[in-house]
Design a protein around this ligand. Structure first.
Ligand code: B12
Length: 432
């Protein structure tokens, strides 16, 4: 246990207080609000089947101050009933996301959090993650979820050890990397959590030693550097689906990089173009990008803010961008499909044009169930492939079924990726 050295901290705290409260954002201008209508229409017209999905959307709508009371009440009801029916089965990050959504602003949902002791349940789930990590070096879930846990414990005054978190969040930890690549989504969530902790330390809400604060500062600096190193020429950070969270992280950490290192407006413009091309056509993707576009971050969650007011008073229209159709598309297409374990199992299947990866897997399964049989689970991003040929993905062993096209990993799941004539699809037994 490290000792607390309060007095020498004062000077350091005062020095770091001024820059760290800076938060540079860029947001969609009023005349561009219309671009956000398709995001809102995706969120308002979707059917919600998972508590995490509903929680992500509720959080997003509340953060930007969308006025649609009926939808928000429905989502809040779904989120609360997911706690009532399966609290003990929720992963730590799922519970954290639920608390974040219910407590995003001043509403009766706050009472639900405290009546159901959700903060102490989260403390226990977080503790179980740390114990698992100490036991075999792996978390029960992943770093993205543990970052969500810390963020929520920090925002809702839960108990956690600053020293342990500072040690856990070392940027060199392998858990920031998936398939050998730095996960921008994960790094961004960690920056939000660490920034919340840093602010609490400086406001005197939590106490810690000088070493811890230094370590937290170093971690933020190093993670911000890694996030910026994933910036593409068009301004996206990581890929289109991690850009919203990366923007949030960069908004709250603007004193860790130079203005010349990130052109926020360029990133925003590229995201708006992607929106108009229908990139965010599932509710969780729309929910994760919206706050950043309105200059908001998960650190704006506060029981003192109102649930109805906010900058997002644009009108929701049911306008959905027209999808681009090729003239006279063939009614069926043919694609190559392989299952790769140590050996490759190959087939060619014919599916209607417009089919998604999952349709191809189903067709292949009809041809040969032993070789192409698979199982999938519903998740907040759609169907997640859990096994092929009876071989199951396992978190503790860091194994999963990776999906690829032309040898490149896809950035969408099997339920959303639309396949093309002549394409070579693969599902690989992989380690992350
Ligand atoms: C961790 C993670 C993984 C881990 C999940 C296992 C683990 N250890 O937890 C691994 C590395 C295995 C993984 C795999 C994939 N992932 Co992933 N993953 C994430 C990440 C960073 C965090 C997910 C999380 O814990 N969320 C918080 C908890 C509370 O929510 P949850 O709903 O309970 O989380 C579960 C699901 O999200 C599920 N899951 C994870 N990834 C994906 C992807 C898809 C398509 C589906 C349906 C489910 C799913 O696993 C989570 C844990 O159980 C997100 C980033 C993000 N912004 O969400 C990307 C993310 C969700 N993944 C993504 C992708 C593309 C994939 C893959 C399709 C990659 C590939 N080419 O194979 C595969 C899934 C293939 C399959 N089998 O169906 C994209 C989805 C984008 C989209 N539009 O669909 C994201 C947003 C990353 C990104 N920026 O591109 N992923």
């Amino acid at each position: 246990m490290r000792q607390y050295h309060q007095l020498p901290l004062v000077g350091f705290l005062l020095f770091s207080l001024i820059p760290s409260q800076l938060c540079k954002t860029c947001e969609v201008s009023e005349e561009n609000d219309v671009h956000l209508n398709s995001l809102l229409s995706t969120m308002t017209t979707s059917k919600y089947t998972s508590g995490t999905q509903s929680a992500n959307v509720l959080l997003s709508l509340r953060l930007v101050g969308i006025q649609n009371q009926t939808l928000k009440q429905e989502l809040s009801q779904q989120v609360r009933s997911s706690v009532e029916t399966r609290e003990s089965n929720l992963s730590s990050g799922q519970l954290a996301m639920i608390i974040l959504a219910l407590g995003a602003c001043h509403s009766p949902d706050e009472t639900f959090i405290y009546d159901h002791h959700l903060i102490s349940h989260l403390e226990n789930k977080f503790q179980a993650e740390i114990e698992n990590m100490a036991h075999d070096g792996n978390l029960l879930t992943n770093y993205y979820q543990v970052s969500l846990d810390v963020l929520v414990l920090c925002l809702f005054n839960g108990n956690y050890s600053v020293t342990k978190v500072a040690d856990l969040f070392s940027p060199e930890n392998k858990n920031y990397y998936l398939r050998g690549h730095f996960s921008v989504d994960t790094g961004a969530m960690a920056v939000l959590a660490l920034t919340c902790m840093k602010r609490s330390l400086m406001n005197g809400n939590i106490k810690a030693g000088e070493e811890d604060l230094k370590e937290i500062n170093n971690h933020i600096a190093s993670l911000v550097k890694k996030i910026l190193s994933q910036k593409k020429e068009n301004g996206l950070i990581g890929n289109i689906f991690s850009t919203g969270e990366a923007m949030q992280a960069l908004f709250v950490s603007s004193d860790y990089y130079k203005e010349s290192e990130w052109n926020c407006q360029q990133t925003l413009d590229t995201v708006l173009t992607e929106i108009s091309q229908g990139a965010f056509n599932i509710p969780i993707a729309a929910a994760q990008i919206l706050p950043a576009l309105m200059g908001k971050t998960y650190l704006n969650v506060s029981k003192d803010s109102s649930c109805v007011s906010g900058s997002g008073n644009f009108n929701i229209s049911s306008h959905v961008p027209k999808s681009v159709t090729t003239p006279n598309p063939p009614s069926t297409i043919s694609v190559n499909y392989s299952v790769v374990i140590t050996k490759t199992y190959f087939t060619t299947v014919t599916v209607p044009s417009g089919s998604v990866f999952l349709d191809v897997m189903e067709e292949a399964q009809k041809i040969n169930k032993t070789v192409f049989g698979f199982t999938a689970e519903k998740s907040s991003w759609g169907p997640y492939i859990t096994s092929v040929q009876g071989l199951k993905a396992n978190n503790n062993e860091r194994t999963f079924w990776e999906i690829l096209s032309g040898g490149k990993p896809l950035s969408q799941g099997v339920g959303n990726y639309v396949v093309h004539d002549g394409e070579s699809l693969e599902i690989h037994w992989s380690k992350y």
